[in-house]
Write a protein that binds this ligand. Structure first.
Ligand code: E4P
Length: 217
C-alpha cells in the first residue's frame, strides 16, 4: 500500500519525504487555509519535493469553473492531481479532465455507489473518508471493503485512496481491506513506527554492546 501525507504544511512534508517512504501528498481547502499561504505557491513547492502525485483541490462547485480551475492547477507541475468533489459537476469535470490526460482524485466519498460513479467517470483516485464515517458511529472501513469488491468485480482501474485516517489502526485496516493508498496526517505517520518494545530492546542492545568494549569499524 502506498503512503501519501495529508497536509499542506511543507515543513512536516519535507520531514516525511526525507524518510524515503512517502509516495505522494494530498491537500484540501481546509488544509490550505490552515497553512495560511498562497495555494498555488504551496502546491508548486510540494511538487518540487516529490515526483509522486500531489492532490490540489478545485474551489468552485460549478462544472465550467471547476474545469478551468482544474486545468490551471494541472499547469503547476506534471505531478499535480486535480481533486474534485463527489457531485455531478465534479464527476462531469473528472470525465473531461481524464479524457484530456489530467489525473484526478474524486474526494468526499461516503458510499459505494458514489465510488462506482467516480470509477465510471475515469477517476485516477477515489477518496473514501473513513474517519468522518466513524465519527457518525458508522463503519468507515466497511466502505473500503465494498469499493474494493466493486472495483475488482468489474476491473475498474481507479485507485482506492483511504482518506480521513485518524489512527495507526486505520492504516492497518485499510491495508487489510485492499486500499491502494492511505493518505495519513503527519502525526499518524510518525506514530506508525512507535513501539515500546522496540525502544526498550534497542536501549538494552546499546547498553550490552557498550559492555563488550568492542567497535565494528
Ligand atoms: C483527504 O484527501 C482529505 O484531505 C482528508 O483525509 C480529510 O481528513 P479529515 O476528515 O481528518 O479532515
Amino acid at each position: 500500500m502506498q503512503i501519501f501525507i495529508d497536509t499542506a504544511d511543507t515543513k512536516e512534508l519535507k520531514a516525511a519525504f526525507d524518510t524515503g517512504l512517502v509516495d505522494g501528498c494530498t491537500t484540501n481547502p481546509s488544509l490550505i487555509a490552515k497553512a495560511g499561504r498562497d495555494f498555488k505557491e504551496v502546491i508548486a513547492e510540494i511538487c518540487e519535493m516529490t515526483t509522486g502525485p500531489v492532490s490540489a483541490e478545485v474551489a468552485s462547485t460549478e462544472a465550467d469553473m471547476m474545469l478551468k480551475e482544474g486545468k490551471r492547477l494541472a499547469q503547476i507541475a506534471d505531478n499535480v492531481v486535480v481533486k474534485l468533489p463527489l457531485t455531478w459537476a465534479g464527476l462531469k469535470t473528472c470525465k473531461t479532465l481524464t479524457e484530456e490526460g489530467i489525473k484526478t482524485n474524486v474526494t468526499l466519498c461516503f458510499s459505494p455507489n458514489q465510488a462506482w460513479l467516480a470509477a465510471k467517470a475515469g477517476a485516477t483516485y477515489i477518496s473514501p473518508f473513513i474517519g468522518r464515517l466513524d465519527d457518525l458511529g458508522l463503519d468507515g472501513m466497511e466502505l473500503i471493503h465494498d469499493i474494493r469488491q466493486i472495483y475488482d468485480n468489474y476491473g475498474y482501474e481507479t485507485k482506492i485512496l483511504a482518506a480521513s485516517i485518524r489512527s495507526a489502526g486505520h492504516c492497518i485496516d485499510a491495508a487489510k481491506a485492499g486500499a491502494d493508498v492511505s493518505t495519513i496526517p503527519p502525526k499518524v505517520f510518525n506514530a506508525l513506527l512507535n513501539h515500546v518494545l522496540t525502544d526498550k530492546g534497542l536501549a538494552d542492545f546499546v547498553k550490552d554492546w557498550e559492555g563488550t568494549g568492542q567497535t565494528i569499524l
